[in-house]
Design a protein around this ligand. Structure first.
Ligand SMILES: [Zn+2]
Length: 453
């Protein structure tokens, strides 16, 4: 049971979070839309200034090795443990503007207990919550440990320079643990503590079967590019709809018993997903929860060949193109998977199918037994209730975590104050004020617990 003193302090922090929100609100009003190249420098300046006001011993903007500036700040605390916080200050474009019910860049408090604005959920509110904890602790005896913040400005356009920033500034970023962005309550209202990401490989396949499109009367004896590419794609799948690529699954690391147990305790609303998406096919795997964490995928994102317009056009297309992505499980790397798929296509007789690498990101998963990771989970149970916390070993999505973990050699944990209904990237993005207040208390307690390690 929480003691009276804790209860009183929690109430004080939660009230402070609401009051201090207005002080930080200018951050939301800055229109830092990376895709549209606007508001970037003003926002970086505001952050640097705010870190200084909060008592940072050092606050700067990094411009090397290029792209939008990353803001870096560091704070001295009582213990010599160091937490590195990762956030991004850029946001998605607000368009379509007509669908907003209030000004996109004006934080608007609503009767349903939410506050609405572009970027409030992804990811400005999360950083504000962390800064609130810093202000509170500074005013109540000081920080329990050293804190570092790195806030990048290109996350919404693919974090093109972030790996380079990490490599370039590895000494500055050295820490014991990295607290990442993107934490939220799921649809079951359970607070999630996430330890990593899947990897991704994206590539194109193209084939050309003639120099010109031909009359389809030749189709009795002339093959066509669309069939050729479909055959190549089909050769990459087993009847069980797994990848038919030699060596592909051999790369996947075996899960520890603890990680497997965490997967079993995860929430997964299969019926809800079926209903919301109107799914007409059965799931590919019997255990979609396990698949979301540890199963590689091969997805055809798009396919183009021949004529698909009105009426009839009896033609044999000379070329066909497909875009694909693979979500990678722990142990797989984009280049290794690319090479295995290429080799398999060659063995299957499809040397003429060209394969072009588009994008790759390694997977990453923290050791769930790491004391810092365990601290994040323990504090969550204390703040949100033991039954209301779920550990997600790694999300089904991606993110630039692997280079951070590899370069800095630390565990990464995603925790925050978002919720399933935040509508990130969509009009009327929102944050629940209660989550924000609870999140500030969680951050205060997390800094204390990690600082006492
Ligand atoms: Zn985003």
């Amino acid at each position: 049971m929480p003691n009276t003193q804790t209860t009183t302090e929690r109430a004080a922090v939660e009230q402070f979070a609401r009051d201090y929100f207005d002080h930080l609100a200018p951050y939301v009003r800055l229109e830092s839309v990376s895709a549209q190249h606007r508001g970037i420098q003003d926002t970086a300046d505001w952050l640097q200034q705010t870190f200084r006001e909060l008592g940072a011993s050092y606050a700067t903007q990094w411009n090397e090795p290029g792209g939008n500036p990353a803001v870096f700040a560091q704070f001295k605390g009582a213990s010599d443990h160091t937490i590195l916080f990762y956030n991004h200050y850029d946001v998605q474009p607000p368009e379509p503007l007509a669908e907003w019910h209030s000004e996109p860049f004006e934080p608007t408090f609503l009767d349903d207990g939410t506050v609405r604005a572009r970027g409030i959920g992804d990811d400005k509110g999360e950083l504000m919550c962390r800064l609130t904890a810093v202000r509170y602790l500074q005013d109540h005896g000081g920080l329990p440990c050293n804190l570092k913040f790195v806030v990048e400005g290109e996350e919404e356009v693919g974090s093109g320079h972030f790996d380079d920033y990490v490599a370039h500034h590895a000494d500055d970023l050295a820490a014991d643990v990295c607290v990442w962005e993107g934490g939220s309550k799921n649809e079951q209202e359970h607070f999630t503590v996430t330890g990593g990401v899947k990897g991704i490989l994206a590539f194109d396949l193209s084939v050309r079967t003639a120099d010109v499109d031909l009359h389809s009367s030749l189709g009795a004896y002339v093959d066509n590019a669309a069939w050729r590419l479909i055959d190549a794609l089909h050769s990459l799948r087993t009847p069980e709809r797994r990848l038919a690529v030699d060596g592909y699954y051999d790369l996947v690391e075996t899960m520890s018993a603890g990680t497997r147990a965490a997967v079993d305790r995860m929430d997964f609303d299969a019926d809800g997903l079926r209903e919301r998406a109107g799914l007409r096919q059965p799931f590919l795997r019997d255990d979609p929860k396990l698949a979301s964490v540890n199963e590689p995928s091969l997805t055809v994102n798009g396919f183009e060949s021949g004529y698909t317009g009105d009426g009839v056009k009896t033609v044999i297309p000379r070329e066909a193109h497909a875009k694909l992505d693979c979500r990678l499980a722990q142990g797989q790397t984009p280049q290794a998977c690319f090479d295995l798929i290429r080799a398999q296509l060659d063995r299957n007789g499809f040397r003429d199918v060209e394969m072009t690498f588009q994008l790759g990101e390694d997977p990453f998963r923290s050791d769930l037994d790491d004391p810092y990771f365990a601290a994040a989970t323990d504090v969550a149970k204390a703040v949100y209730g033991t039954d209301n916390v779920r550990v997600v070993p790694n999300s089904a999505g991606g993110g630039p975590q692997a280079p951070v973990a590899a370069t800095l050699g630390l565990p990464i944990v995603s925790v925050g104050c978002g919720y399933y209904g935040s509508g990130a990237h969509a009009p009327n993005e929102s944050l629940r004020v209660r989550d924000y207040q609870q999140g500030a208390w969680y951050m205060v307690e997390l800094m204390r617990r990690m600082g006492a390690k």
